[in-house]
Write a protein that binds this ligand. Structure first.
Ligand code: ATP
Ligand code: MG
Length: 235
């Protein structure tokens, strides 16, 4: 496996509020890596640091070996990193198809993920093609948010809390869809509080506590060792 993304000792703050204290992690091509940890430990901030939305004030972000620390978010997207944020900001007045079309045009990264291909992955979106984004349910909006990122043909997908706020049956189908993405070889970094969701998908896991990595290892270790899991994820 070759290293795709590497974080080396990143420190990130919002103003004077320090949030990440030396996070290092690596994601290899084809892997699904999950980032676990309780509320407020810095999962989203780690993704924002990667995307250049909140650049680290210390440490390095490397993409395919190149130092890209502090790059503009658009440049990170152009390089092939697709960010699916927690807050699912879609255009509520535009139809599902228009949301996808805008995303595809602005990404300017042709590849296998056409609108047809995302409709094949999410058949529900095809049915809703002409409906305005604003009338979709939470689960449908989440599918659209992921689909919109996919049409930019990312090499790495950052998924921030995809299952948050969704009904269990919706989470089940989302899990199956993300499994398909993984099976198709997409590299994924997944931030989740839902342990079942992330451990069902991930090859490796990093657990954050208060802005630092407290555990890194095979996801299987966390799946099998309840004590370790409770210990790491306790408040
Ligand atoms: N824009 C911001 N300005 C100031 N502080 C922030 C901002 N965003 C997040 N924080 C703080 O940074 C810390 C880490 O937040 P972050 O959102 O990265 O955590 P998280 O692990 O993603 O949490 P959650 O599970 O709730 O999504 C928290 O203490 C949070 O209050
Ligand atoms: Mg978060």
């Amino acid at each position: 496996m070759t290293g795709l993304l590497e974080l080396d000792d990143i420190h990130t703050a919002y103003g004077t509020s320090l949030v990440l204290f030396g996070v290092s992690l690596e994601i290899c091509r084809g892997e699904c890596v999950c980032l676990l940890g309780r509320n407020g430990v810095g999962k989203t901030t780690t993704m924002r640091s990667i995307m250049g939305l909140t650049p680290p004030y210390k440490g390095r972000v490397r993409w395919k070996g190149e130092d890209v620390t502090g790059s503009h978010p658009h440049r990170m997207a152009r390089r092939g990193i697709g960010f699916v944020p927690e807050d699912r900001r879609i255009f509520s007045e535009l139809s599902v198809w228009e949301n996808l079309d805008v995303a595809q045009r602005s990404a300017k990264r042709p590849g296998p993920w056409t609108i047809e291909a995302v409709y094949a992955l999410f058949p529900k979106l095809r049915e809703l093609s002409k409906r305005p984004g604003g009338v979709l349910s939470g689960g449908e909006q989440q599918m659209l948010t992921i689909a919109r990122t996919l049409v930019g043909n990312p090499e790495l997908l950052l998924l921030d809390e995809p299952s948050e706020g969704l009904a269990p049956v919706v989470v089940e189908s989302l899990l199956a869809q993300v499994k398909r993405l993984k099976a198709e070889g997409l590299t994924i970094l997944l931030a989740e509080q839902g342990l079942d969701f992330s451990l069902a998908l991930a090859d490796r896991a990093y657990v954050l506590q208060k802005g630092s990595v407290r555990f890194s290892g095979p996801a299987g270790e966390l799946r099998e060792n309840v004590e370790l899991r409770d210990n790491l994820l306790a408040l």
